[in-house]
Ligand binder design. Structure first.
Ligand code: GDP
Length: 446
């Protein structure tokens, strides 16, 4: 996810000019400028960085610090560079010197910025010069950042659970029942990058949780028309919370059961590759329950939320404190499944079995799909790459069949999984035939 912050402005040479520039950016006049400077000072930020930009930097794994190559280094650049070095040295920071399209002057313009303490990369957004190098640089470091053991170990240990659902389903009640008086708000910042309140707490098993509490997904009848601003805003708010989470607790009201809006949220959860648990709250309001009630109810939920067929269901009553901690247990399991890796040997055994039970179809021209091997290329969510002779020879229903077979045999309850089908090019195939172990190279790489 790339966040473009609009919140950093340049510092001109004199203070009054600075105020003018800031006033234009913020559109609030000198009073707003004074307030912005005060806010920034209180938050320990460089004078001219806005809070929204600061929270985006806070959340990012990598930062692209963009400066103006034609204007040269200014005081604001130095200020921001120092702040990044001091406060964000654990992140990958790349310095993009923009407007360096000139083949003659570009390199020299960029070289000016060595004084900021980062390696300047000359780029030009207008002509595209250097943008590929910039992307390579960022991507190469993202991989190594992900692998770095010391990278925010605390973050890794902490399970972020987003509690989402329509208003009144009981999200706040669940949160209160979970954390009670211990509640410590870690981020009451409301802005463009987050529109939720985070609560950090230690669960009964000693595990650290971060609960992302959305303010409630509003759906006002008057603006329910597709594409209305409020509708897209609320989905956007849910999306932000979902993106920041490891596991989503999708809360529904037992009496209302699943609504169309829940289905929309479910689709987002699946698409974002997040683990999920379905929390059927207010279970106490269902009258005359007997041993079959849960079975009937589950059938109904599964029918209406097919996209989350893999998500476990927890029946709770926040007001009666029933099974509230079960949410944490089930969410923890789902979070672990999302990070699970299975060995290539087991995986290929399961795939072979799937193929022997049902062969890939043969085309009219006699062509038949062949799976060479499969490997798990990623986690969060678990992602499997199938290396095949020609991906086009594997129709959707066959892919679904393999997907289902994999699920049945290797599990991954609580998390979506991804299957990617990759055709091997001719030279690659020839290469593998000569004994070069592509599989082992892939395995080593993953
Ligand atoms: P939110 O908008 O999703 O955060 O919902 P709230 O937590 O504010 O709850 C909305 C209403 O439902 C409140 O009146 C709660 O007391 C009630 N409520 C929440 N959970 C339960 C429950 O498990 N059972 C019953 N009967 N009422 C509940």
């Amino acid at each position: 996810m790339v966040v473009d912050t609009g919140g950093v402005v340049s510092v001109p040479s004199s203070e009054s000019q600075g105020s003018d520039a800031l006033a234009i950016t913020r559109g609030g006049g000198p009073v707003a400028v004074a307030q912005a400077l005060k806010d920034a000072a209180a938050a320990g930020l460089p004078a001219l960085i806005e809070r929204q930009a600061a929270s985006a930097v806070e959340e990012a794994l990598a930062i692209i610090f963009v400066v103006d190559g034609q204007a040269g280094v200014n005081a604001s650049d130095l200020d921001i560079a120092e702040w990044l070095r001091k406060k964000h040295s654990n992140k990958f920071i790349t310095l993009a010197v923009n407007k360096c399209e000139s083949p003659v002057k570009g390199l020299l313009q960029a070289a000016d910025f060595w004084c900021l303490g980062f390696t300047p990369i000359p780029v030009s957004a207008i002509s595209g010069t250097g943008t590929g190098d910039l992307l390579d640089d960022v991507c190469a470091h993202l991989t190594s950042l992900e692998m770095r053991d010391d990278l925010d170990n605390k973050e890794k240990e902490r399970l972020a659970i987003a509690i989402i659902g329509k208003p009144n389903v009981g999200k706040s009640s669940i949160l209160n029942a979970l954390v009670g008086e211990e509640r410590t708000i870690v981020s009451p910042v409301s802005g463009t990058t987050r529109d939720a309140i985070d609560t950090e707490f230690t669960g009964p098993n000693g595990k650290l949780f971060q609960l992302i509490d959305t303010a409630g997904i509003r759906r006002r009848a008057a603006v329910a028309a597709a594409g209305s601003k409020t509708e897209s805003l609320s989905v956007n708010r849910a999306l932000q919370a979902i993106r920041r989470s490891d596991v989503v607790a999708l809360v529904i009201d037992a009496m209302d059961c699943v609504t169309e809006q829940d289905y929309k949220l479910a689709e987002i959860i699946e698409k974002e590759g997040k683990a999920c648990i379905i929390v059927v709250n207010k279970w106490d309001t269902i009258p005359d329950k007997n041993s079959k009630t849960t079975v009937y109810y589950e059938d109904d939920v599964r029918e209406k939320l097919r996209v989350l067929y893999w998500a476990p269901i927890v029946y709770t009553s926040a007001t009666n404190n029933q099974r509230i901690y079960r949410i944490l247990e089930v969410a923890t399991n789902a979070g672990e499944e999302r990070c699970k890796r299975i060995s290539t040997a087991i995986l290929n055994q399961v795939v072979q079995e799937a193929v022997s039970l049902r062969q890939p179809p043969t085309t009219r021209g006699g062509k038949k799909g062949r799976i060479y091997y499969c490997t798990q290329a990623a986690i969060r969510p678990p992602t499997f790459v199938f290396f095949v002779n020609d991906a086009k020879l594997f129709p959707e229903d066959y892919r679904k069949y393999v997907h289902k077979h994999l699920r049945q045999n290797v599990g991954f309850p609580g998390t979506p999984i991804r299957l990617l089908w990759r055709s091997k090019t001719k030279p690659e195939r020839a290469h593998s035939k000569t004994g070069s172990s592509e599989a082992s190279r892939m395995m080593a790489a993953t």
